[in-house]
Design a protein around this ligand. Structure first.
Ligand code: AMP
Length: 193
């Protein structure tokens, strides 16, 4: 089973992806985590991505697409994967379709976590306070810029998946467990698991 988790920054994609990974043995693929690892290791990609991420903008499509193409080919993805933070643009969504069909893989569900903007800002502020390890892009000005970029570049891919009839909306403002149950209901109800 291959799933996309969509939603603005702070919607809870990472939390739900980890839950699905534990519960169903699917592999979480977080492009944000992959990029942060590149930055931490000081690779060529990391050096380029650092400033872009700190400003809340998106890393270029070709870089992200080739990272994903290489990642889904690894053996730990053979039981299925959860894309967390990808695709984020129309070209990425199209590239994903191509790479899935090349590998004869199916996209089983695209789950959108719907959360109000006020709650997103509050959540990211809490994440910063609770984690102790503040993410550079959790600065309030950068969060606003990340939200703007989401509305401009990522929200337009929703109709793409709506047309493909694989988009499911979940109220992301509930407690994490309730969100998880709502996702399970979708996957079970649609015969996905
Ligand atoms: P995230 O942890 O998913 O919020 O990602 C953190 C940052 O990494 C984003 O604000 C972007 O700068 C970059 N990033 C992550 N995934 C993508 C993607 N699919 N396309 C472009 N940039 C991305």
């Amino acid at each position: 089973m291959n799933i996309i988790l969509l939603g603005p920054p702070g919607a809870g994609k990472g939390t739900q992806a980890k839950r699905l990974e534990t519960k169903y043995g699917l592999k979480q693929i977080s492009t944000g985590d992959m990029l942060r690892a590149e930055v931490a290791s000081g690779t060529a990609i990391g050096l380029k991505a650092k400033a872009i991420m700190e400003s809340g903008q998106y890393v270029s499509d070709p870089v992200i697409v080739s990272m994903i193409e290489e990642r889904i080919a690894r053996p730990d993805c053979s039981h299925g994967f959860i894309l967390d933070g990808f695709p984020r643009t129309e070209p990425q969504a199209e590239a994903l379709d191509e790479m899935l069909s090349k590998r004869a893989l199916t996209l089983n569900a695209v789950i959108l976590l719907d959360v109000s903007e006020a709650q997103l800002l509050e959540r990211i502020a809490c994440r910063t306070a609770e984690d102790g390890t503040r993410r550079d892009d959790d600065d309030p000005d950068v969060v606003r810029s990340r939200l703007n970029v989401y509305h401009k570049q990522t929200a337009p891919i929703l109709p793409y998946y709506e047309r493909a009839q694989c988009l499911y909306r979940v109220n992301g403002m509930q407690a994490a467990d309730a969100v998880g149950e709502a996702i399970d209901t979708i996957l079970v109800g649609k015969g996905k698991i």
